[in-house]
Design a protein around this ligand. Structure first.
Ligand SMILES: Cc1cc2nc3c(=O)[nH]c(=O)nc-3n(C[C@H](O)[C@H](O)[C@H](O)COP(=O)(O)OP(=O)(O)OC[C@H]3O[C@@H](n4cnc5c(N)ncnc54)[C@H](O)[C@@H]3O)c2cc1C
Length: 389
């Protein structure tokens, strides 16, 4: 997604420069949020509605199904897995991350580490048989996919390690509400469960759990987050502990001619400080800024991204840190037009607001950013109630 946005950003300033995108997926850049939401929930929304048309709209040449295997930053060349060498003036590393794996559980005909359009197509075909699906992971991807599969008639079990679904992110009362959304809909939610191994074949999948028991399913979908893909042979950039690439406010890596953007980049956010964001607003806005910078712009990246998720008719957005171990204050707003609960949650670290969650509250992202940007330390945290109404 960052690569597509960068190509658009380049074209804002430079109509003619050549653009090459080397991507290991066999498909062109595609908006990932649709893969776990709209393509499942909106019958009128098609692949063509979602597709980005990177090549058509920017003239970029797509070299697909190829990994960038090595970089020679001195000669400014990238070698790909087909053995081709791409010379560059400017290199943008927008490699995102690879799904975190469960030891021993290989991806296969019935085991998906869900991230790509190819994964969507595989899961959609499997879902047609209304299988028994076990989803591993209670984060954004796990919950969205569990909801989507349930809505398509699958018998869904969601395994997660916490007391309540969403407990790492939401205050306890909201986590209970969140879990109820799933159980009331008919999804089986099993908390306190860790998957430590497993195996799958054409017929089904076995999962090994930490307590020594096993469970079986027709299909398993794993959503355990990503590991940033910042390591490229020959590219001597500064890496953060998580394997992401450290960039400055101009998205530069310190290696001449090399920038990074998107999920793979740890950057200095104007409001949040040094951070890395695995969400689409960041990937597309940062990617576009990177493209303009590559094409000569002297700007900096000073957008503080929001993120969002949507499940079972509820939508939430957030800016900053959602960590339920922090002090939180919840502001209940009047119910929405369809009777849905609406609330704002403020997260405090050392008395300062560091995160804002907007639950069924639309168009208030800028207000949330303003609260964070003020770096306030209210004497009484509850004073913030009513600030974002
Ligand atoms: C199913 C799903 C749903 C999502 N929904 C939401 C949402 O609702 N809201 C939200 O805010 N965010 C969402 N996200 C997150 C969002 O999609 C990501 O933040 C965004 O895709 C990151 O863009 P990126 O370009 O940095 O990385 P990616 O989109 O991961 O792209 C990186 C690309 O680089 C390729 N690559 C990696 N290494 C190499 C290499 N060595 N050589 C060549 N190519 C390589 C990868 O294969 C990949 O194609 C979702 C993600 C997924 C998977």
């Amino acid at each position: 997604m960052a690569a597509d946005a960068a190509a658009q950003g380049i074209r804002e300033r430079d109509a003619d420069g050549s653009i090459a995108i080397v991507g290991e997926e066999p498909t062109a850049p595609f908006p990932r949020p649709a893969l776990s939401k709209k393509l499942w929930t909106d019958p009128d929304f098609t692949y063509d509605d979602a597709a980005l048309d990177t090549a058509g709209s920017t003239g970029a040449t797509l070299h697909l199904g190829r990994r960038a295997t090595a970089v020679d930053a001195g000669l400014r060349r990238v070698t790909d897995s087909a053995g081709d060498v791409h010379a560059y003036e400017h290199l943008l590393v927008a490699t995102g991350g690879h799904p975190r794996r469960i030891d021993g559980l290989e991806p296969g005909p019935r085991v998906l580490y869900f991230r790509t359009l190819t994964d969507y197509e595989q899961l959609r075909a499997l879902a047609a048989d209304r299988p028994a699906v076990t989803v591993v992971g209670g984060g954004w991807i796990g919950t969205e996919i569990a909801a989507a599969l349930h809505q398509h008639g699958a018998d869904v079990t969601l395994l997660h390690p916490d007391d309540r679904l969403g407990a790492p992110r939401f205050p306890a009362a909201l986590a209970a509400t969140f879990e109820d959304l799933f159980t009331d809909a008919g999804v089986t939610v099993r908390g306190g469960v860790r998957v430590v191994g497993g195996s799958g074949d054409e017929d089904g999948v076995r999962l090994d759990l930490e307590d020594g028991s096993t469970t079986t399913a027709d299909v398993v979908v794993v959503g355990l987050g990503i590991e940033p893909a910042g390591r490229l042979d020959g590219l001597d950039v500064e890496l953060a502990d998580d394997g992401s690439i450290v960039v400055d406010e101009r998205l530069a890596t310190g290696v001449p001619g090399v920038h990074a953007a998107g999920d793979v980049a740890t950057y200095p956010d104007r409001i949040l400080g040094t951070t890395r964001v695995e969400h689409v607003d960041n990937a597309t806005t940062m990617g576009r800024v990177a493209g303009r910078i590559l094409a000569g712009s002297d700007e900096t990246y000073d957008h503080t991204p929001y993120f969002y998720s949507a499940v079972l008719g509820h939508r939430f957005e957030a800016v900053g840190t959602l960590d339920a171990s922090l002090e939180t204050v919840t502001d209940e707003l009047p119910d929405g037009d369809d009777g849905e609960r609406r609330l704002v949650v403020y997260y405090f670290d050392d008395a300062e607001v560091v995160g804002v969650l907007l639950w069924n509250v639309e168009e208030r992202r800028d207000a949330a950013r303003a609260v964070l940007a003020a770096h306030e330390r209210p004497a009484d945290a509850s004073d913030l109630r009513g600030r974002i109404a």
